[in-house]
Design a protein around this ligand. Sequence first.
Ligand SMILES: [Fe+2]
Length: 334
Amino acid sequence: MAIPVTAYPAPFNTTRASHVVLSVKDLAKSRAFYVDCFGFAVSDEDSKTLYLRGVEEACHHSIVLKQTSGEPKAERVGMRVYTEEDLDKAMHLFEQAGLPAKFVEVPNQGRTLHVSDAVGTPLEFCATQPTRPRLVVQFEKHHGACPLRIDHFQILTPEVPKACEFYASLGFRLSEFISPDDSDTLLFVFMQRKGNPHDIVFAGGRGPRLHHAAFAVPETSSLMQACDIASRHGFGGNLESGPGRHGPGHALFTYFRDPDGHRIELFNTHYQMMDIENEPVRWNLQKITTRPWGFPPQRSWFEQASVFDGVEPKDPAHKGNPMTLERFMLEKSA
Ligand SMILES: [Fe+2]
């Protein structure tokens, strides 16, 4: 399969990854993790729901946490479009594609379109949210890792090329991809609308499932600060991988699991990728490691992810054999 060509102009104007909606078992425990420990700002809260944003964000929420008595799940990932007209164009496109699409009322955001993408990922698009004070220069309110803003989502799917083709048809550009060799076989695709390496990433695996939502932090030292402060709040054991540096995207990162197992990435930072002549960067798995230094992630990072509510994940046709930390240590000690 050739690398999918990005539709230009885009059929509707998606501007960026916007927010993630998760269900959690104990809202107080989630608040202790996201707010007290990591430093997210609270935009609104009641006994059932917590709306959070990073300190650079003026829009109402980039994380919505909903109390559940059942198993915690991911509900949706949210994207922003530029205008109300873009929502109507999006509705038309999803209907024409035979994919689920309906307008719904959602608190604290404008008219909202619920859809499923071509590989079954539940998405919502909106053009507006209420605003709150941007806390970026209110330094006295910064604490924890000081998360600035949401940046991207990563989704696991057994159908990476199909996902890439679909999002290219929506105007997303492929910034980087991982191939098993020097071919254009797509194992892992990084796709963007906002002009940095990714808004949404698709990786091979049982899915669709939400692997992580990622948030930018101001300084490299914020990643270490996050680890230190997590340990003081009793969340030191929630560090799953890192600190380390990615190959694709080049970011420095840490991955934490929240009290319900949802994974968040804190990272610093990305490069610009918006000029028309920029070609996708290919990473050949046989020639490189996806991380230039440090240990590979533990097996859980490859295998565990948040199930989307009401969506039965499918297994990939072939199970991979990634270089997990466990495999790495075994081979080193042999
Ligand atoms: Fe990421």
